[in-house]
Ligand binder design. Structure first.
Ligand code: NDP
Length: 481
């Protein structure tokens, strides 16, 4: 059985306490590796290593930092197959999806920020002939990066790459539920020649390792992606220490469909935006609102397509859905389906665990589920389920659907389907979300600001916004006379 190690000060080492956590393969429910159960002592040595490395890395030229990060990007691409298999084994997602989305995006994250840093510049403000101000942007120090299990390497690298490119050193914690690709990344960083201590990866539980990172006095900046409750806890600890915080949290995204949409395109994309990655993407459209005149037709066409989705062995290239990430998560999703029924919902398809045969009999498989006849404001339609469960609901007017869409505590993303240009702009302007996709979903340009409003988070990732977060501005004012 493989034993994962921490990556501290350039070396792969065991946790100080010598304790380990079982790592389950969701496709068959079996333990297949061991994860360090690290604690604050491991975070302490990682932070010391990062602080030491910062004295050199922060003044290493941008071109040299860029060169090393480009090499990491290349190594991720060269190891596509191996990383995709590891991601699937850890998370339950189809290998094909990891090969198409997760791993290429992890390589792109490094590539994007390795090149981006070469083009990042600061402002100057002229006061005519009185003075000139210019802004210096310096790395902050040691950045704490904490990431979730749904897109493990993709989201881990989305934080680490801009932090390192802008000259910070990092103490990072992947989710203890899906640590394998972060571990493999540490091997690739060694191979790429990343100087020791620049990136440190400490594995373990959130309440131990994550909490030690967020409360560490020498870590002045925390970039976190995960649940809203955890984000609130991190903010509670970090805010009185005046740490810089970027929080990317939960979502309950509306998918608004007008009768004038490009129907076939909408139907195909809605299938993906509902069930891709077993519905475990913070950007999935879990509440589908359909204009009443088209509601019955949508239902008639959508349900058979959902029933046709092949849920199966993640390593089988024909599987469209694999297993959900863990047994507790599967049970949580099932409990929400029960809640939906109690709230008066009618399950149109799915609604149950799926038992596969043979080796996979103990895996965590769920049938893709569609529920109707629920109120917009019931718990099922207000709380994040984060699984292969969507609700459908008819609407009559724009005002009504906007009210439904904006009614939750979340405000991450929304999806809108209409061919009416004026309406599209009008609704986009009135949706309370950080991202609006019109006639598409998950189309990403890495230069754009990414993040949510309300309980979906604070701050934006992506593009130069990430460099703004990972650097501290200093204004220098020079009097001319
Ligand atoms: P969690 O909030 O449970 O965990 C996220 C990370 O935080 C994990 O590494 C976790 O460790 C760690 N953690 C837990 N407790 C603490 C603590 N007290 N202090 C510091 N760190 C801690 O989220 P999930 O992993 O369950 O991920 C799913 C959530 O992430 C969903 O709500 C989803 O919407 C959100 N998400 C948001 C995205 C966005 O961009 N807005 C993108 C993707 C997901 P451990 O694993 O040990 O618990």
């Amino acid at each position: 059985m493989q034993t994962i190690k921490n990556y501290i000060n350039g070396e792969l080492i065991a946790p100080i306490g010598k304790q380990y956590i079982d790592n389950y393969n969701p496709s068959n429910g079996k333990v297949y590796s061991l994860i360090p159960d690290s604690d604050e002592r491991d975070v302490e040595i990682a932070t010391k290593a990062a602080l030491k490395a910062f004295t050199t890395w922060s003044i290493t030229s941008k071109t040299e930092r860029s060169r090393i990060l480009m090499r990491i990007s290349e190594l991720i691409s060269e190891n596509l197959e191996r990383l995709a298999i590891a991601e699937s084994m850890d998370n339950g997602k189809p290998v094909a999806l990891a090969k198409l989305v997760d791993i290429p995006r992890a390589a792109s994250n490094f590539h994007f920020y390795a090149t981006g840093i070469l083009h990042y510049s600061a402002e100057s403000h002229s006061m005519e002939d009185t003075a000139i101000n210019y802004t210096l942007r310096s790395p902050v120090g040691v950045a704490g990066c904490i990431s979730p299990w749904n897109l493990p390497l993709y989201l881990f690298t989305w934080k680490i790459a801009p932090a390192l490119a802008s000259g910070n050193c990092v103490v990072a914690k992947p989710s203890e539920i899906t640590p394998m690709t972060a571990y493999l990344l540490s091997e690739l960083c060694i191979e790429a020649g990343l100087p020791k201590g620049v990136l440190n990866i400490v594995h373990g539980y959130g309440h131990k390792v994550g909490a030690a990172i967020s409360s560490h006095p020498s870590i002045p900046l925390i970039s976190f992606t995960g649940g809203t409750k955890t984000g609130a806890e991190i903010a509670r600890v970090a805010a009185p220490m005046f740490k810089k915080l970027s929080l990317e949290l939960g979502g309950k995204n509306p998918n608004i469909i007008f009768a004038d949409c490009d129907y076939e395109h909408m139907l195909k994309t809605t299938l993906n935006s509902s069930f891709s990655n077993q519905g475990q993407i913070c950007l999935c459209g879990s509440r589908i609102f359909i204009e009443r005149s088209m509601y019955e037709k949508f239902k008639k066409d959508f349900i058979p397509l959902v029933n046709k989705i092949k849920v199966g062995d993640p390593s089988d290239k024909d599987s469209r859905m694999g297993a959900v990430v863990s047994k507790p998560h599967m049970e949580k999703v099932l409990s929400y389906i029960e809640l939906a029924k109690e709230e008066g919902g009618k399950v149109l398809c799915g609604g149950t665990q799926l038992k596969l045969e043979g080796e996979l009999a103990d895996g965590y498989y769920l049938a893709p589920t569609v529920i109707e006849e629920l109120n917009y404001n019931c718990r099922t339609n207000q709380e994040e389920i984060f699984g292969p469960v969507v609700t459908i609901m008819p609407f009559d007017t724009e005002e009504e659907v906007l009210m439904y869409a904006n009614s939750t505590q979340y405000g991450l993303a929304s999806i809108l389907w209409t061919e009416n240009l004026t309406r599209a702009h009008r609704i986009a302007n009135n949706l309370h979300t950080g991202i609006v996709w019109i006639n598409c979903w998950l189309l990403r340009d890495l230069r754009t600001p990414f993040g949510g409003v309300k309980s979906s988070g604070v701050g934006r990732e992506g593009g130069f916004e990430a460099f703004d977060f990972f650097t501290e501005p200093k204004n220098v004012c020079i009097k001319l006379k």
